[in-house]
Structures are given as C-alpha cells and as structure tokens.
Design a protein around this ligand. Structure first.
Ligand SMILES: [Zn+2]
Length: 299
C-alpha cells in the first residue's frame, strides 16, 4: 500500500462517528541529541510528509521533561499530566497505585478500550501492585484500568518482541488508547552511557524495529505520539537537570495533529492533548496548537 493510500485510510478512519484511536509510544531513556540523528525511519516519515501533503503527516518536535528526570515519576506525568512533585510519584521505588486520573481512567470512563505493552511499573501504577509476573504479565480483564496488557520486567526484554506484543494486542482488541513502551535504549544508556556507540546503536535498532510495525498501526487509523520519559547522561544515568537528561524528542504522526514546526508542548500537556484527541471530557491542560481545529478539542 502506498503512503498516500495509508494517508487516505488514516483520514477515513477518523470520521467523527467512529471511535478514535490514539497511541502513545514511549522510548524509554532516549535523549533529544540522539533522537535527532539516530531515528532514520521516524525522520523519513517527517521528511516525506513535508515533501508530499498526501503522505502520512508526521513532524518532529522536542520537549523538556519534568523533574526528577526518572522513569516511574515521568510515566505518571505523561499519563496523567501531573508533575512528579504533585503526583507524589517522585522516585522509582515508590510502588503504589497512582491516585491521579490517567488517560486509561478517562478512556475507560467513556466506554473506550484501553491497552498497553509496557514495563511492569505501568501495571503497578494503574492496574495492581506489586507486579506478579505469574498472574499479571498477560492481562485481559475488563475490570482493570488497563484492560489488555502485556507487561515485561527485564530491562533487556527485546524491543522488537515488545513491539510484536503490542501488535498482538492492537490487532486483537483495537484499543482506543494504546500505550507502547520500550526499554532497550535506556538499558544501553545505563550500561554504556549516552556518548557510547552502544547507546546510539540501541536507538538505531529500536527505530528499525518501529519501521516494521508503525506502518501497520498508521494504516489502522492510529494517531501516534512517539516520545521519551527522560534522556540519558554520560555518567550512565539520569535524574537531574542536565540538558541531555531532560530534553527528549516528540514525533507526531497522523492527520489530526497540527504539524507546525513551532508547536511547543510541555510534558504535562501530553496527557490532556491525547485526551482531547480521544474526544474525552477532562480538565487537564492541553497544547491546543498541536491539534487541528477540526479535532473538536475539549479541555
Ligand atoms: Zn533509566
């Protein structure tokens, strides 16, 4: 199928009478510097979109993570719009259910379907904690906030396997809101540091794996944000205020985004903006300029 056919499918799948499909892809630990050069497939989508208005629309932006620049606190920020200091999830070792309203909660409340292929901390924040791999790794439970989940707990769980897990959920259940969350880039950064070939190659590999699945997800009508929770520093870590720890990429893919280059979003506006894209009632802050007028934004 050609790009323009993808695009028209994409458009036709988003008519107002149809239920919206929105996906958040978190590439854990990918800093902006590396994303600017290593993500060849994602940048090809953006370049093609700029050259050809009939192609799948995509654009590249950046944003600055909240503090501390740590994973579990920022999963909560991305999914609820609250800063770590507000949510109370201020450390990776805080293992309790979120007490905020997440995108999963909002979608469920509206009768939409939710799914995730993600690190087990996501299950701990929104489904149940502590995570028990014997019962929670594969979740299909309509009473859970994340109804359809495949959760992994090893940081080296291969990103391609993770994307295939996500694809299995997406094709079987077509969640209206789907979270896809990979860990290998962060894992390489902790082992080798942000200035290493290993870290950069992990990013390149993950970009390549994405090219095997993302065209299918675009074809299915998903509006997609690809971003990162935080970056990575030369000391093999993150948590503080260094540029390379806080500056992260944001790729927007789909016909319902305004792809203007100057759009500047805060990390606390991601959840609200995705909630508006899902046409959910909510009171979260959003980045209105990032959405087309025709999206019928709320919030
Ligand atoms: Zn990390």
């Amino acid at each position: 199928m050609s790009e323009s056919e993808y695009s028209s499918l994409n458009q036709s799948n988003y008519h107002s009478h149809q239920s919206p499909k929105v996906m958040l892809v978190i590439l854990d630990g990918l800093n902006l510097q590396t994303a600017m050069h290593a993500m060849g497939y994602l940048h090809a989508l953006c370049a093609n979109s700029a050259d050809n208005p009939k192609a799948t629309q995509a654009s590249f932006h950046s944003l600055v993570s909240e503090l501390p620049s740590l994973s579990r606190p920022l999963y909560e920020t991305l999914l609820t719009g609250k800063k770590p200091i507000e949510s109370g999830i201020i450390h990776n070792d805080i293992s309790r259910l979120s007490n905020q309203i997440s995108l999963f909660h909002l979608a469920k409340r509206a009768g939409l379907t939710t799914g995730a292929a993600a690190y087990h901390w996501i299950s701990e924040l929104y489904n149940k904690t502590p995570f028990d791999p014997l019962t929670d790794r594969v979740t299909h439970d309509l009473d859970m906030v994340i109804e359809h989940g495949l959760f992994y707990s090893a940081d080296h769980y291969p990103d391609d396997h993770l994307f295939y897990d996500a694809h299995a959920i997406i094709t079987e259940y077509q969640p209206n809101f789907m979270l896809v969350h990979s860990m290998n880039i962060d894992d390489s950064g902790h082992r080798f540091g942000s200035e290493s070939p290993e870290y950069r190659n992990a990013a390149r590999r993950t970009d390549g794996f994405l090219s095997l699945v993302l065209p299918k997800w675009i074809e299915m009508g998903y509006q997609i944000m690809v971003t990162s929770d935080h970056g990575m520093n030369r000391d093999h870590s993150h948590g503080g205020r260094l540029k390379e720890e806080r500056e992260v990429p944001l790729f927007l893919i789909g016909s319902q985004f305004n792809h203007h280059a100057e759009c500047q979003i805060a990390q606390t506006q991601i959840a609200g903006t995705l909630a508006s894209l899902l046409r959910l009632d909510h009171n979260k802050t959003i980045c209105r300029e990032m959405l087309l007028e025709t999206t019928g934004v709320q919030g």
